[in-house]
Design a protein around this ligand. Structure first.
Ligand code: SF4
Length: 498
C-alpha cells in the first residue's frame, strides 16, 4: 500500500444510474437490486428502489453503495411484491450529497403519485423551481422539480402532462418515471445521456446501460431515441411523445470513462471504442519502451490495445485493492489503494490513462514510478484535453482547476478544436513524454467517418464534447452551479462545501 499523501483525485466523478422494470410476473424489487449493482460505477453516493403493487408505492433510499443501503434480504422483502419498480444510484451533479437528495423521489398530490429517477442535469432548474406552486419540495435537486411540475399540471392524462412539462426542460436528462401502474422512459432532445430499452420474460426494462441485462436475464431491444418519451404498461412499450430533434449530442465521455466496457451505447461497444483509442494513440504517438501499464481501472482497455498494437509487453504495474469499500472514501484516497506489482527497475514505462483532470495525481504517480526504478515514464491519455466544465451531468471541477485549461493556448488547433501547451503539462507532470489522443482520433474511435478530411468539423458530429472544446450545444445561462438550489431551502450547515 502506498502511503504517499496526495491532495486530490485525478478522476471526474460519475453521473447517475437509472433503472426501471415493468414485469408483474417477476420479483421487481430483487431484479432492480441486481441491476443497481451492475450500475454501481455510475454513482456511489446513494441508492434507492421504489416498488409499486399497482395501488401504492414502497420506497427505500439511503446513503452509500447498493450493498450499504440494502444490507439484508429483509430490506428487499420489505419492498413487497410489485408490478413495477424504479431504481437509482446517485452521484450528485445538482444539490449536495445528502439523504434528502437521494433518489428515487416519491411525490404525491391528491390521488396522484409519481416516482422519478434522473441521470443528467437541468440547466434551468432555478427558473423551473419558480413554477412549482403547490407542492413542498423536500430536496435541492432539479429532479424533484420535474415530478412536482408533472403532478401540478392541470392536464387530464399523463401523456398530456408530459407534453406540457418536457418542452420546458433545458439540459441533459434520461428519466425513469413511474405512476402506480405505468412506467415511463424519457430522453432529452439531444440524447446526451443514455437510456436503453430491454425485454425480460413478459416484461420490459429501462436502464442507463445494457451491461446489466445478461445478469438479470434481459435482452437488448433498442435505445430510447433522443427526445422520445416511452410509456410501458401491460401492452408493452409505446412512444407517446417525441420532441423535435434539431441536433444530437451524445456524451462522448461515456466512451472515455463513465460507461462499463461491456455496454453498447449510441450503437458502439464502449470496450471497442476504448480499444480503438489505444490503437490510435500508438499511431499518433509511437514510443520505444519496455512495458505498457494502465492506471486501474478505466485505463485498462486502452492500455491493453496500446500494448497489442505497439508490440510492447503489457504489465499490470499497479494493483488496486478491489476489496476496499468505497462508501466514504475521501477524494485523495485513490492512490492509497494502489500497490506496485512489477519490477520497474531500469524499465522504460508507458502509462495509459483514460483522462486527466487536475493533474496532481498523475504528477505524484510519475514520481512514484521513478522511485520504484523506472528510467523513463511516457504518458498517453486516451481522451483529448479536458478544458471546460460539464454542465450536463458530469461533476467536473471549475475551469481554473482543470490542468488543460490552465495551459490552454489562444490559437485553436483546427475548426472547433482547442489547443493546449502539452509541453508545459509534460513539465508539470514530470514525464519524459506526454501525449493526448486528438479530438479527431477520439471521434474516429467512436465510429465517426471523415475525420481525416481537411475541413472536418467536430461540431457537426452527433456528439457532445463541450468539456473538450468549450462549445455547449445547449446554450448556458452563465449561473450554472451544482448548489444553485440549496439556498434558501436548507440551513447552511447542510450545504456541502465545494
Ligand atoms: S461536456 Fe463532456 S462530460 Fe459533459 S456531456 Fe458533454 S462530453 Fe459529456
Amino acid at each position: 500500500m502506498l502511503k504517499k499523501k496526495l491532495k486530490r483525485n485525478n478522476k471526474l466523478h460519475d453521473k447517475c444510474g437509472v433503472f426501471g422494470v415493468f414485469a408483474p410476473d417477476l420479483g421487481v424489487a430483487r431484479l432492480t437490486y441486481y441491476a443497481l449493482y451492475g450500475l454501481q460505477h455510475r454513482g456511489q453516493e446513494s441508492s434507492g428502489i421504489a416498488v409499486s403493487n399497482g395501488r401504492r408505492f414502497k420506497l427505500k433510499r439511503g446513503m452509500g453503495l447498493v450493498r450499504d443501503v440494502f444490507k439484508t434480504e429483509k430490506n428487499i422483502d420489505a419492498l413487497g411484491e410489485g408490478i413495477l419498480a424504479v431504481g437509482h444510484n446517485r452521484y450528485s451533479t445538482t444539490g449536495s450529497s445528502h439523504i434528502h437528495n437521494a433518489q428515487p423521489f416519491l411525490l404525491k398530490k391528491d390521488e396522484r403519485q409519481i416516482v422519478i429517477a434522473h441521470n443528467g442535469n437541468l440547466i434551468n432548474s432555478q427558473e423551473l423551481r419558480k413554477k412549482v406552486k403547490e407542492i413542498t419540495l423536500s430536496s435541492t435537486t432539479d429532479t424533484e422539480i420535474v415530478a412536482a411540475l408533472l403532478l401540478e399540471s392541470k392536464k387530464t392524462t399523463w401523456s398530456e402532462r408530459f407534453a406540457e412539462v418536457l418542452p420546458q426542460l433545458k439540459g441533459a436528462y434520461s428519466f425513469v418515471i413511474a405512476t402506480r401502474d405505468l412506467l415511463f422512459g424519457i430522453r432529452d432532445p439531444l440524447g446526451i445521456r443514455p437510456l436503453i430499452l430491454g425485454k425480460i420474460n413478459n416484461g420490459w426494462v429501462l436502464s442507463s446501460e445494457d451491461c446489466v441485462f445478461p445478469g438479470i436475464g434481459a435482452t437488448f431491444v433498442r435505445e430510447v431515441k433522443p427526445g422520445e418519451a416511452v410509456i410501458i404498461d401491460k401492452n408493452g412499450p409505446q412512444t407517446f411523445y417525441q420532441q423535435e430533434v434539431k441536433q444530437e449530442a451524445f456524451c462522448i465521455f461515456e466512451y472515455v470513462y463513465i460507461a462499463r466496457p461491456d455496454s453498447t451505447l449510441h450503437g458502439e461497444s464502449v470496450g471497442k471504442v476504448r480499444e480503438r483509442c489505444g490503437e490510435i494513440l500508438v499511431q499518433e504517438a509511437p514510443v520505444e519502451a519496455d512495458m505498457v501499464m494502465p492506471i486501474p481501472y478505466s485505463g485498462i482497455t486502452a492500455a491493453i490495445a496500446f500494448a497489442r498494437k505497439s508490440g510492447i509487453p503489457f504489465g499490470e504495474g499497479v494493483i488496486q485493492n478491489r476489496y476496499i469499500g468505497r462508501t466514504f472514501i475521501q477524494p485523495d484516497q485513490r492512490m492509497r489503494e494502489l500497490g506496485i506489482n512489477a519490477n520497474l527497475k531500469g524499465k522504460r514505462v508507458v502509462v495509459v490513462d483514460d483522462s486527466i483532470v487536475r493533474g496532481n495525481t498523475l504528477k505524484d504517480f510519475v514520481s512514484l514510478l521513478r522511485n520504484y526504478g523506472a528510467t523513463k515514464v511516457h504518458i498517453r491519455i486516451a481522451s483529448p484535453p479536458i478544458t471546460d466544465p460539464c454542465y450536463y451531468g458530469l461533476d467536473t471541477p471549475k475551469k481554473d482547476k482543470l490542468i488543460a485549461s490552465r495551459f490552454e493556448k489562444k490559437k485553436p488547433l483546427g475548426i472547433n478544436q482547442k489547443a493546449v501547451d502539452v509541453e508545459k503539462i509534460r513539465t508539470f507532470i514530470g514525464a519524459d513524454s506526454f501525449v493526448y489522443i486528438s479530438l479527431k482520433g477520439l471521434l474516429k474511435a467512436a465510429g465517426v467517418k471523415d475525420t481525416d478530411k481537411k475541413n472536418f468539423d467536430p461540431q457537426k458530429t452527433k456528439f457532445c464534447m463541450a468539456c473538450m472544446n468549450g462549445i455547449y450545444k445547449i446554450p448556458l445561462g452563465g449561473k450554472e452551479n451544482k448548489f444553485m438550489l440549496e439556498n434558501p431551502l436548507y440551513p447552511s450547515e447542510l450545504i456541502e462545501k465545494e
